[in-house]
Design a protein around this ligand. Structure first.
Ligand code: GRF
Length: 203
């Protein structure tokens, strides 16, 4: 499949996926970066890695639906089959969801359904959980609510700050995301009843 990564900021997950593809670890091709922040670091990464970019400023459009319609036409031009959100800080509307049903995934820095939304790492620390982690899931109309594809746990340490814990979660995200996207590329991932994900692990 042909993949578009959507990102708003740093882009380390984007870069890790491109490098995985080039190392032969991904049976898909990252054909486009979509970015809503023309100044973001991820755009420099894409330039360096020679990945085409569509960047836009949301305020140049009358509505979310308007810029998403434009995104959909760019995705079609690049024949994109799968959308991978990696630090894309925007709510996705039905325009995109209906164009790519069960074809949009996201990574979130907590063990969902715990701590959805913004500042997941801070929420976990404030709650005092002893284990948190990262989740890859399909995107639906809710906030971090779609069917879960993969999760990995990270222990919370006594002296963790938001920064140290976020760093350790980040470090496992790259591998977790690559593995999950690869399972999708291999056609092993199936959503059952719009709710639960089944993974075919047969050889
Ligand atoms: C990650 O922590 C991811 O879980 C969250 O946004 C962050 C993106 O990091 N959705 P990066 O831009 O890929 O470095």
């Amino acid at each position: 499949p042909r993949i578009a990564v959507f990102a708003s900021g740093n882009g380390s997950n984007f870069q890790a996926l491109v490098e995985a593809e080039r190392a032969g670890l991904l049976d898909g091709h990252i054909g486009l970066l979509v970015c809503d922040k023309p100044q973001a670091r991820v755009i420099e990464r894409a330039a360096r890695l020679d990945v085409p970019v569509f960047s836009f400023r949301p305020r140049d459009y009358a509505s979310r639906e308007d810029y998403e319609a434009e995104i959909v036409s760019r995705l079609r031009e690049h024949q994109i089959d799968l959308i991978v959100l990696a630090g894309y800080m925007r709510i996705v509307t039905p325009v995109l969801l209906e164009a790519y049903p069960e074809r949009i995934v996201n990574i979130h820095p907590s063990l969902l359904p715990a701590f959805p939304g913004l500042h997941a790492v801070r929420q976990a620390l404030e709650h005092g959980v002893k284990v948190t982690g990262a989740t890859v899931h399909f995107v639906d109309g809710g906030m971090d609510t779609g069917p879960i594809i993969a999760q990995r746990a990270v222990e919370v340490l006594e002296d963790d700050t938001e920064e140290t814990l976020a760093d350790r979660i980040h470090a496992i995200e790259h591998e977790l995301y690559r593995e999950a996207v690869q399972l999708i590329c291999e056609g092993r991932v199936r959503v059952v009843d719009g709710k639960r994900v089944e993974i075919d692990r047969t050889a």
